[in-house]
Design a protein around this ligand. Structure first.
Ligand SMILES: [Mn+2]
Length: 288
């Protein structure tokens, strides 16, 4: 069954008591690819760091009051990436997510660079993309590369998908113009703390819309998440994203990802711990 899904299957460690594929409503997988990052590289080590740190964490969600001890998440391993070839790797991400969707399960992707979010989101069949990110990721190309972590949201919008950016605070003038032209919705970083996410989601989503949630760790303030390749000060807090997940409980969410973890910039592992916690809290938020 898994022979055709392009996984290297090197790791089966998320979390410590991982469920069988049959029993888990979620399937975790990594995308250890960073060839298209523009500043510090190293995000290819992100999935490995998340699997390592989660071994020491409790499987209790304080925010949602859920015990994940018995839940478990099936870890499918890592996508077999082709370093330097984002298009080929993106196709592999698409095939993995299609396989997970075909099983009636929800993918949770950990990166790796942000480039692969539109591939995963499209393969889930989602209508709407919600992106926590410092950046708009709406450049047409970056350094001549159209499949870069600075273009990922634009690749989604170009296909007609709608997008909501949360925590955004770093733009090029080209991106500001593009987002205005395409009606990309935004909750700017400075507005997040006082945001009413229930109302924002009501405005953004139509009846029946299915959501894909993407978290670029640089959306957080660097004091919470220093381990990213392109840090931007004046960011949002983890509890802001938990409030967003809470508001999303009233909607269908077809998949989520946590991207851009760069362990080389994360000597105390706090960013890896946050990434793991976001996966666990997302899981908790989807339990009845
Ligand atoms: Mn970013």
């Amino acid at each position: 069954m898994e022979d055709n899904v392009n996984l290297s299957r090197l790791q089966y460690e998320f979390p410590g008591n991982a469920a069988s594929l049959e029993d888990s409503p979620f399937v975790f997988f990594g995308v250890p690819f960073d060839s298209g990052t523009s500043a510090a590289s190293g995000a290819r080590e992100g999935p490995r760091a998340v699997r390592a740190i989660v071994q020491g964490m409790e499987l209790w969600s304080e925010f949602f009051s859920k015990d994940l001890e018995k839940a478990g998440i099936y870890d499918a391993g890592d996508v077999a990436v082709s370093h330097g070839d984002a298009a080929l790797t993106g196709d592999m991400v698409s095939s993995v997510v299609s396989w997970i969707r075909g099983l009636g399960k929800t993918p949770i992707m950990v990166g790796g660079e942000h480039t692969f979010t539109p591939y995963a989101a499209e393969a889930t069949g989602a209508d709407a993309l919600i992106v926590v990110d410092a950046h708009a990721d709406c450049r047409k190309e970056f350094l001549g590369n159209e499949l870069s972590h600075a273009t990922s949201t634009r690749r989604w919008v170009e296909k007609g998908g709608k997008a909501l950016l949360v925590g955004v605070r770093a733009f090029s003038s080209e991106e500001i113009a593009y987002c205005a032209e395409k009606n990309v919705s935004m909750v700017r970083a400075r507005a997040v703390a006082s945001a009413n996410f229930a109302g924002i989601l009501r405005d953004f989503l139509s009846d029946g819309d299915v959501v894909y949630l993407s978290v670029d760790l640089d959306g957080f303030d660097p004091s919470f998440a220093p381990g990213v390749g392109t840090p931007e000060p004046l960011g949002i807090s983890p509890s802001d994203v938990l409030k967003l997940m809470d508001a999303l409980r009233n909607y269908r969410v077809a998949g989520m990802d946590v991207m851009e973890l760069c362990p080389a910039r994360d000597p105390s592992w706090i960013t890896a711990a946050l990434a793991a916690k976001l996966v666990l809290e997302f899981y908790a938020s989807r339990l009845p």
